[in-house]
Write a protein that binds this ligand. Structure first.
Ligand code: FAD
Length: 569
C-alpha cells in the first residue's frame, strides 16, 4: 500500500515545490504550504524506509523458460506469499516451485520462520501422522516436524501389524502424503529423551506432542518368566516383523505345543503366524530369518489362554474368523467352557454377540465339518478361566517344559466380570510360552509427568496435565488399546485441543521459534544424523527391490546400520 502511496505523494510534493520555487514573491501562506509539504515528504520517506526494513527478505528467483515453474534459491524454509508452497529441505539447493501466480508475486519469498506456529511431534506411528494431518488441515500456517527414534517411519504399522494383513498397511499411503506435505518434515534416527531432551524441543517449538506409543512390556510376574522359551508377544512380533532390537531373538520352535497368554488380537496374530502354511507367509513382508525358522518349526498345537470366559475375550471377529479359516488347521475348544453362553447371547451388544456366536459355532461344530478338518495336521484352541501361576522348567532348569495354570471362576457378569482363582491348578506341557498381556508406555524424559500405575501420560483431551505447551496422542495418551482407527480419532482430538489453544491464546504462538533449525544444529553437534523422508524413500525402494526377487512385497532391512547406509547413499 505504502509503496503505491509514496510515489504519488512525491509527485504532488515536487509539483508544488517547483511551482513555489519559481514564484518570485513568497507569501507566508506559500511558505506554510512548503513547510507542510516538506514534512509530509519526510514522513513518507521515513515510513517507507521502516516498512521496507520490516518486509520479508527478498530471495532471488530465476524464471524458467517454460514459465510453469520458477527456481527458488533458499537457505531455509520459505513459503511463497500466496501459494502455500514451502521448500522442504534445509540445504542451499535450488528447488522448483509450481507457478500458480503472476511472476512478479514470486519476487518475494516470505521467511515464515518468524511468524508460523511450529509444532513438533515425537514418534512417527499412526498417532503422530494423524495428529500432524489434522493440524496441517486445521491451520494453514502451522509447520509440523516429526522426530522418530528409528531411521524408518510408521511405528507399529511396520513393526506390529501382521505380515499377512497387507490391507491394514495401506494407511502408509495417507501417512506418506502427510509426510510430503510442504509444511511437514520427518527426522528419523532421533531418539528423543537421549539425543535431544523434551526441554530443548520446547525451547525450539511452540508446542510438543508426545506420540511415542507403548514400547514397554507388561510382565506376568510369575516364577520362571526368565526361562529360555518364554517370550513377550512384543518381542516375538518384533522378530517376525524386522524390528532391529528383536533381530537376535531367534525363538526356539522345536517344541510341539506353544501356549499364548492373553486373548486379544495380538495373541491371535501370533497364533496365526505360528500355524500358517509357509506358502501363505512367503508372499508377505515377513522377514527372511523368521520365514526360515517358521518353515522348520515343529509347533503343531497352539493354546490361547485367557483369565476369563468366552464372553470377555478381547479379540475381534475378523481375527477369530481368520483362525477358524486357517488352512490345514483344526480348532480345538473345550465345550464345557461354553456352558450358559447360548443363553447369555440375547443380552449382548451386537459386535460381541456376533463374535460369541462364531466362537460357539466353532466350539460346538456341526457334525461332518469336524471330519473334514480332521485331516489337518495343526490345531489351535482357546482356553478359558485360566491364569499363569508358574513357568515350569525342564529337569536341567534351562528351558521351559510347561506352564502351571490356576483355574478361575468369574465374579460378576458381562464384560466387567472379574476372574478369581479357585485354588485348583492344571499343568500344560509346552516348550514355548508367549505372553501377550499388553504393551505398556514408558517415560522417556524426567521432565514429563507420567502416571506409572496406568502407564500413560496424564492428560485432558491430549493436553498434558501441568505442562503448558505439551500434548500427547495415540497409545501414550490412552494406553495400548484399540486399532488404528481408534488411534486416529484420539489423535484428531489432540490436534483439536491444540488448535483451540492456539486460537484462544492459551498456547502462545506469537514469539518467533527456531524449530528444526536449532534442533538439527544441536543434533549435528552431538553426532546424530537425522534421516529425512526422502532418505526413507531410498530405503523403501531398496526393500521393495529386494522383495521382488523372492516374490514378496518387500524384504525389510534388519539393522539400523544397514538402514543408515542406504539412507546416506
Ligand atoms: P506406535 O505405532 O507404536 O508409534 C510410536 C512411534 O514412536 C514408533 O515409531 C516408535 O519408534 C517411536 N518412538 C518411540 N520412542 C521414541 C523416542 N524416544 N523418540 C522418538 N520416537 C520414538 N491396528 C489395526 O487397525 N489393525 C491391525 O491389524 C493391527 N495390528 C496390530 C498388531 C500388533 C502386534 C500391535 C501391537 C498393534 C496392532 N494394531 C493394529 C494397533 C495399532 O498398531 C495401534 O493402534 C497404533 O500403532 C498406535 O499408534 P501410536 O502412534 O500410538 O504408536
Amino acid at each position: 500500500m505504502l509503496q503505491q502511496v509514496f510515489p504519488v505523494c512525491c509527485c504532488v510534493f515536487f509539483f508544488f515545490f517547483f511551482e513555489n520555487m519559481f514564484i518570485a514573491d513568497h507569501h507566508w501562506v506559500q511558505t506554510a504550504q512548503l513547510f507542510i509539504q516538506a514534512s509530509l515528504f519526510f514522513y513518507f520517506l521515513i515510513h517507507t524506509i521502516t516498512s521496507i526494513k520490516q518486509q520479508p527478505r527478498t530471495y532471488k528467483c530465476n524464471y524458467l523458460a517454460d514459465s510453469e515453474y520458477i527456481m527458488v534459491r533458499h537457505s531455509s524454509k520459505y513459503e511463497d506469499l500466496l501459494g502455500d508452497q514451502r521448500a522442504n529441505q534445509e540445504s542451499k539447493e535450488r528447488r522448483r516451485i509450481p507457478l500458480k501466480l503472476p511472476l512478479l508475486q514470486y519476487q518475494y519469498i516470505c521467511d515464515l520462520s518468524t511468524c508460523s506456529p511450529k509444532v513438533c511431534i515425537v514418534g512417527s506411528g499412526p498417532a503422530a501422522f494423524y495428529t500432524a494431518q489434522s493440524l496441517i488441515k486445521a491451520r494453514q500456517d502451522v509447520e509440523v516436524d516429526l522426530y522418530e527414534r528409528l531411521p524408518v517411519p510408521f511405528g507399529l504399522v511396520r513393526f506390529g501389524v501382521a505380515p499377512d494383513h497387507p490391507e491394514v498397511k495401506n494407511v502408509i499411503n495417507t501417512f506418506t502424503q502427510t509426510a510430503k506435505h510442504s509444511r511437514c518434515s520427518f527426522y528419523g534416527n532421533v531418539n528423543v529423551g537421549k539425543d535431544v531432551s523434551i526441554k530443548e524441543l520446547q525451547q525450539a517449538y511452540h508446542a510438543v506432542v508426545l506420540s511415542y506409543g507403548a514400547e514397554g512390556n507388561r510382565s506376568m510376574g510369575v516364577p520362571g518368566e526368565d526361562l529360555a522359551g518364554v517370550y513377550s508377544a512384543k518381542d516375538f512380533v518384533g522378530w517376525y516383523n524386522g524390528l532391529p532390537s528383536c533381530r537376535e531373538l531367534s525363538p526356539d520352535l522345536s517344541c510341539e505345543t506353544a501356549v499364548i497368554l492373553g486373548q486379544g488380537n495380538v495373541a491371535l496374530d501370533v497364533a496365526r503366524v505360528l500355524l500358517s502354511p509357509i506358502d501363505i507367509l512367503k508372499k508377505t513382508d515377513i522377514t527372511q530369518p523368521a520365514l526360515e525358522a517358521l518353515a522348520e518349526s515343529q509347533v503343531r498345537r497352539v493354546l490361547v489362554v485367557g483369565r476369563r470366559g468366552p464372553i470377555q475375550v478381547a479379540c475381534t471377529i475378523k481375527e477369530l474368523r481368520e483362525m477358524v479359516n486357517l488352512p490345514n488347521t483344526r480348532p480345538d475348544m473345550v465345550a464345557a467352557d461354553f456352558e450358559g453362553v447360548t443363553e447369555a447371547l440375547k443380552d449382548l451388544p451386537r459386535p460381541r454377540k456376533r463374535l460369541t456366536e462364531l466362537m460357539l459355532k466353532t466350539a460346538l461344530e456341526i457334525p461332518g465339518e469336524k471330519e473334514k478338518r480332521n485331516k489337518a495336521s495343526r490345531f489351535w484352541g482357546l482356553r478359558f478361566f485360566r491364569s499363569p501361576i508358574e513357568i515350569l522348567a525342564d529337569p536341567d532348569h534351562n528351558r521351559t517344559a510347561g506352564i502351571r495354570l490356576g483355574v478361575n471362576r468369574l465374579e460378576g457378569s458381562g464384560e466387567g466380570a472379574r476372574a478369581v482363582l479357585t485354588g485348583e491348578v492344571e499343568d500344560v506341557t509346552c516348550g514355548l510360552v508367549i505372553s501377550s498381556i499388553g504393551y505398556k508406555s514408558i517415560p522417556i524424559d524426567p521432565s514429563v509427568p507420567f502416571d506409572s500405575r496406568k502407564a500413560i501420560v496424564p492428560n485432558n483431551m491430549g493436553r498434558i496435565e501441568q505442562a503448558a505447551g505439551l500434548y500427547c496422542s495415540g497409545w501414550l495418551k490412552t494406553g495400548p488399546t484399540g486399532v488404528i482407527a481408534t488411534t486416529m480419532n484420539n489423535s484428531f482430538d489432540t490436534a483439536r485441543s491444540m488448535v483451540e489453544d492456539m486460537d484462544s491464546g492459551t498456547l502462545d504462538v506469537s514469539a518467533a521459534k527456531t524449530g528444526s533449525q536449532s534442533i538439527c544444529a544441536l543434533l549435528e553437534k552431538r553426532g546424530v544424523k537425522p534421516v529425512t523422508f526422502s532418505d526413507w524413500e531410498k530405503i523403501d525402494i531398496v526393500e521393495m527391490r529386494r522383495g521382488e526377487a523372492t516374490g514378496k512385497p518387500r524384504e525389510k532391512l534388519l539393522t539400523v546400520e544397514e538402514m543408515l547406509q542406504v539412507a546416506q547413499k
